[in-house]
Design a protein around this ligand. Structure first.
Ligand code: PSU
Ligand code: MN
Length: 303
């Protein structure tokens, strides 16, 4: 394990003794969700996991230290500090040298989780290929990271703020196995079905664990990506989403928003434009993914 990563005693003990551990990212509560809901969601996930016998490993950069297993006080600090930056993998050494605090993206969280020996990670939505990427080249560093880091990552697909079809093409090019949880309809984060199909569904957590074990037996470097759809009764109204997306993209273009600011900008726009309804969906999605991640962590720790 890299000594550059600080692993909490709780996480270290659980990993060493083979007990189930679930990694959680911090960009979701530093840049994805508004205050005060951000902190509530971060802490409730940890409490729910501990009560279900799974050790939470929330990951972020606190005052220049990359931490696996942030303390409650550190999570509170990151949730309420305007100076907190968003760190993907390339930002980690800079944040460390400058002593910054940062929310870690899926890419940076996956890196740290793997360094600490954690095998399963739940998030909300992945980064992916942005609309217009053939001209802008804006593809999230999450994709390259997932190709190189052997975890199981649970997400509800990618949001339709991105180009979902192109994202699925890139996942194929990057040799990243994608499996739907009990469905071959690829989910669209706010929507149970994005309209795109994937090849395989897995029936239960035990099957997902077997896929990860086969991946390890082959020595493949990529994450097994689990697409877990939000239940239809909890999804955002597709017509509302379509209308808001048109406005959100126009506002981003008008404001000249680019780079790592685009995802937070669009999410914030959608939350305000739907009067918080998208926020409730976001929270449902996240809870579902934490619950499935916990089951997979348990299934993997049993073997
Ligand atoms: N997608 C979401 N909500 C988020 C993110 C993605 O639906 O909060 C965050 C995740 O942390 C993801 C990051 O890793 O944004 C991707 O950012 P970028 O597109 O700049 O790589
Ligand atoms: Mn980007």
């Amino acid at each position: 394990m890299s000594s550059a990563v600080r692993v909490s005693a709780e996480v270290r003990d659980a990993v060493a003794s083979g007990r189930p551990v679930l990694a959680l990212e911090s960009t979701i509560f530093t840049h994805g969700l508004p205050r005060p809901r951000n902190l509530e969601v971060a802490l409730e996930s940890e409490e729910w996991l501990r009560a279900s016998g799974v050790t939470p490993a929330t990951i972020g950069v606190f005052s220049g230290e990359l931490v696996v297993g942030l303390s409650t006080a550190e999570i509170e600090g990151l949730s309420n500090d305007d100076a907190v930056v968003k760190a993907s993998i390339r930002d980690l050494p800079i944040a460390m040298a400058k002593g910054l605090s940062a929310g870690t993206t899926v890419a940076a969280t996956a890196f740290a989780a793997h360094e600490a020996g954690v095998r399963v990670f739940s998030t909300g939505g992945l980064g992916g290929v942005h609309r217009g990427a053939p001209e802008t080249f804006d593809e999230s560093a999450d994709l390259g990271a997932l190709a190189a880091i052997p975890l199981v990552v649970v997400s509800a697909g990618v949001k339709s703020i991105l180009d979902i079809g192109l994202t699925l093409e890139r996942l194929e090019t990057l040799n990243i196995p994608v499996v739907g949880y009990r469905t071959t309809d690829y989910p669209g984060f706010y929507l149970a079905d994005s309209g795109f199909d994937i090849d395989y569904a897995a029936d239960d957590a035990a099957e997902i664990a077997r896929i990860a074990i086969a991946r390890d037996a082959l020595g493949l470097p990529s994450t097994v990506l689990v697409a877990n759809p939000v239940p239809v009764e909890q999804q955002l109204d597709p017509a509302v989403l379509d209308a808001v997306l048109v406005e959100a993209h126009a506002a981003a273009a008008a404001g000249g928003v680019i780079g790592h600011d685009i995802t937070p900008f669009l999410l914030d726009y959608i939350q305000r434009a739907t009067d918080g309804v998208s926020l409730d969906v976001n929270v449902h999605v996240y809870r579902n993914n934490v619950a499935l991640g916990a089951e997979i962590a348990r299934a993997l720790s049993a073997r």
